[in-house]
Design a protein. Structure first.
Lengths: 584, 252
């Protein structure tokens, strides 16, 4: 076991982690731990753009953006945070441009902007061009630009280091962060990173679904590390299903395709979104569009022999426009489906895309241990966190924005904290939990296999807690997850070695997914209303009287060692906007 | 009840898209042996699936010790460059049906970088070459309050080289790099190109001097392996030629 000492440790090197690192490296001795190489992070898969009311191509302002974000999140958004997001969006985009990001340009040389779902002029009048973009590679450009600037600033990376435990120590009755424990993939060695401040920026949990746009590596490691140490997870029942994933594969096809004029059609060729969202049509918010797609499918208007998908039609757009604005997604259609988007519509279905919930933080990125108490020295930003700027449903282009605004804020806040704070003394035997987890898996002779359990988990999640949910389906999922967790105790791996043991890491990742799936399902069961991405067929309306509140889920361990999810609730911060009926 | 169920199974198997494929994989695990060996795995797979799916089938259902890097699984993250039937490709962008599945499909680690285990290589020398070309925007003077202006035409000038995902398929397909790991390699030059031809950048001269080095662009022998290997369709050799030309004319 090796012990390292840094002022600030950042867990994850996607957009949020690297944006934080650029700030914190200037101010404190910083280490970035990532289980991949930085440029492999899933920020790079984001396509359509980053929202900011630059007003480069038409009238726009941050207040309209704030409203759209709050409405898009079905009023579960903390409005003070949404206002910061929309206001600081403008500088966040300009910062990236100055760092070198090659945005598409307008004829007069400014950053070009395009339409995106849920973004409107003057509180819902019509779609507005707010998304700043670089073809359909905006995430790739952000990830590359941030990495380039990390190289420029000399950010210190520990590549292929898996953070498996968060060290919390009670000092004077206050729970503080003391550091993290990591596993080095290349050698199998355990490393303890003692740090005054730790920032989680480790991304989402999408791999508990089968059809997902998420990378294999999005297994909720940061959320699980904090949750296991008694910290709450907020709003985990809210998961976004992106309307346009490649049929059966789940690969993302950007909403920018509809922003450029693409249209969703059912088997009769009908532009069905006109029925569900007369003003915004195909550019309604993602939860609305995904439900509409499944409604079409359920009512027998789906495409294909099994009627299980609909079409994204780009055939009316000029090939030059597709080549210039949507080169990657058209190539995906050619590569994976053998379809030519110039002439043929693309089969799509909703795909599990984004966790609105996560580790609760305030607007400085400080992690909360209950509704109000800050954990000194602990921060989170990006998809792993819940500020909450996305509420019950995130708007497209607001996540690339979120990672930049709150990545920067948490990087500054953490570095400023570590400049004045002392190291918290490490607990005795700090790596004990990680060592015992690893040894148990390595020595297990059990008969269960990781791949089988993961497959069953993904199938039950897709079948029971996806776009449409009922008490019955959620209960089925809860029971299945409990069974899988029990069987997980009996899981074994084949690779017993030290070097690059990805067999071992996949087993650990599955443990994280199972734990988080349970939190999600239990949170969803208790929310007896429909709001944003959480749609209950047995409670189809939003219920502001009983459920205008964030869910806070805690891990409780009984005296017999049994584990349960305890739910509590936190009020929503409302400033400017009163909840209204949500129409697009 | 039995008959209809059987009918259904029969109907499904008649329409089954699955074929049997032999995956011939170059295995290496220094914890077990210093030698690398070819190992065959027979798997059932839909030919429309990816080589990455085939590797996962092996890892998940047959042999958990098989080791490779992967993440996004759709050609964006650059983790899974490997040598498939002797050509550098991304495993997640290569469909089984496109690489002659009647014969064994060979999969081995990319060349020119030290193999650490199975298909995993040491990427550090590759990233060091990238870092050495100053892969970041350099500007002088005061920053503008708004964005720097750039015409659509100027933006287009370096568009091709912004697509790089640092997968190393190009560099590890280059015979010059195989023979001499000191050569910067195509990927680093591509990333230098991305900034040299960016109208906003002011360090083109410095980058050109770096690439004028004995291990720089002049080592390129224009074999076009890199261009063929690039999973993003970047015209890598052309980019290298443009850097060479800029070195001669000092115009960029």
């Amino acid at each position: 076991m090796k012990i390292h000492k840094y002022d600030t440790v950042i867990v994850g090197a996607g957009g949020a982690g690297m944006r934080a690192a650029i700030e914190s490296t200037k101010r404190s001795r910083t280490a970035v731990l990532t289980k991949l190489y930085p440029t492999r992070s899933h920020t790079g898969a984001a396509q359509g753009g980053m929202a900011a009311a630059l007003a480069n191509v038409e009238e726009d302002n941050w207040e309209w953006h704030t409203f759209d974000t709050v409405k898009g999140g079905d009023y579960l958004v903390d409005q003070d945070a949404a206002e910061i997001l929309a206001k600081e969006a403008i500088d966040a985009v300009l910062d990236l441009e100055k760092m070198g990001l090659p945005f598409n340009r307008t004829p007069n040389g400014t950053i070009d902007q395009r339409r995106f779902g849920g973004h409107s002029r003057n509180h819902g009048e019509a779609p507005v061009r707010r998304s700043c973009y670089a073809a359909d590679r905006t995430g790739h450009m952000i990830l590359q630009t941030l990495y380039q600037n990390c190289v420029k600033e000399g950010v210190e990376f520990f590549n292929e280091f898996y953070v498996l435990d968060q060290l919390l120590v009670e000092e004077d009755g206050v729970k503080k962060s003391a550091g993290v424990v990591a596993y080095e993939l290349a050698t199998g060695e355990i490393h303890v990173f003692q740090a005054k401040a730790v920032i989680y920026a480790s991304g989402g949990t999408g791999k508990f679904f089968k059809v997902t746009s998420n990378a294999h590596t999005l297994t909720g490691d940061g959320q699980a590390a904090c949750y296991r140490r008694g910290l709450p997870l907020e709003d985990m029942e809210f998961f976004q299903f992106h309307p346009t994933g490649i049929w059966r594969m789940g690969i993302l096809l950007t909403e920018g395709a509809r922003g450029e004029g693409g249209i969703l059609r059912n088997k009769d060729g009908e532009r069905f979104m006109e029925k569900y969202a007369p003003v915004m049509k195909d550019l309604a918010s993602r939860d609305v569009v995904s439900r509409s797609i499944y409604t079409e499918i359920r009512e027998g208007r789906g495409c294909g022999p099994e009627g299980d998908h609909v079409y994204l039609d780009l055939t009316h757009l000029p090939p030059e426009q597709l080549d210039a604005k949507l080169p990657d997604i058209t190539e995906f259609a050619r590569t994976y489906l053998g379809i030519e988007p110039y002439t043929d519509p693309i089969p799509i279905q909703p795909t599990a895309h984004y966790a609105m919930g996560g580790i609760p933080t305030n607007v400085e990125g400080e992690v909360l241990s209950d509704n109000t108490t800050v954990v000194p020295g602990l921060y989170a930003a990006g998809e792993v966190a819940c500020v909450s700027v996305h509420g019950a449903n995130r708007l497209g282009t607001n996540s690339l924005l979120d990672i930049n605004v709150f990545g920067k804020r948490s990087g500054i806040a953490a570095a400023e904290y570590s400049a004045k704070a002392d190291f918290v003394e490490l607990p005795e035997d700090p790596a004990s939990l990680v060592v015992s987890t690893i040894e148990k898996l390595r020595n297990s002779t059990g008969s269960e296999r990781v791949a089988d359990l993961r497959r069953e988990l993904q199938e039950t999640m897709d079948a029971n807690v996806m776009v449409f949910r009922t008490e019955q389906t959620i209960k089925t999922a809860v029971e299945k997850i409990a069974e899988l967790r029990e069987r997980y105790e009996n899981v074994s791996i084949q690779d017993k070695g030290k070097r690059f043991n990805t067999d071992l890491l996949e087993a650990i990742e599955l443990g994280n997914l199972l734990e988080l799936a349970e939190v999600m399902a239990v949170s969803a069961l208790a929310r007896k209303e429909s709001r944003g991405g959480h749609y209950r067929e047995d409670y189809p309306n939003r219920d502001d009287v009983n459920f205008m509140r964030h869910t806070m889920a805690y891990r409780e361990v009984g005296e017999d060692g049994s584990e349960t999810v305890r739910l509590d609730y936190k009020p929503v911060v409302q400033t400017r906007y009163q909840p209204m009926e949500r129409k697009y | 009840m039995a008959t209809p169920v059987l009918d259904k199974v029969e109907a499904e198997s008649a329409a089954s898209p699955y074929i049997t494929v032999t995956m011939r994989i170059r295995r290496f695990n220094p914890e077990i042996s210093d030698a690398s060996v070819w190992e065959d795995f027979q798997i059932e797979i839909d030919p429309k699936e990816r080589v990455l799916d085939a590797l996962h089938k092996i890892k998940w259902d047959v042999d958990g010790t098989l080791t490779f890097r992967r993440s996004c699984a759709h050609g964006i993250c650059g983790s899974d460059a490997m040598r498939i039937n002797g050509k550098n490709r991304l495993a997640c962008k290569t469909l089984i049906k496109d690489i002659n599945p009647e014969k064994p499909i060979t999969v081995e680690a990319i060349k020119g970088l030290t193999v650490l285990k199975d298909l995993v290589v040491d990427m550090e020398p590759f990233f060091q070459a990238y870092r050495d070309v100053m892969p970041f925007l350099v500007t002088k003077g005061n920053e503008p309050t708004r964005e720097r202006l750039q015409t659509a035409e100027d933006r287009e000038r370096f568009d091709d080289t912004t697509k790089c995902i640092l997968c190393a398929a190009c560099t590890s397909s280059c015979p010059v790099f195989w023979n001499d790991g000191q050569y910067f390699g195509p990927a680093a030059i591509v990333n230098a190109h991305r900034f040299i031809f960016d109208s906003r950048d002011e360090a083109g001269e410095q980058r050109l001097e770096i690439l004028n080095d004995k291990d720089g662009v002049w080592r390129c022998r224009t074999t076009f392996n890199c261009t063929d290997a690039c999973p993003r369709g970047i015209e890598v050799t052309k980019a290298i030629q443009e850097v060479k030309r800029a070195l001669i004319t000092r115009r960029f």
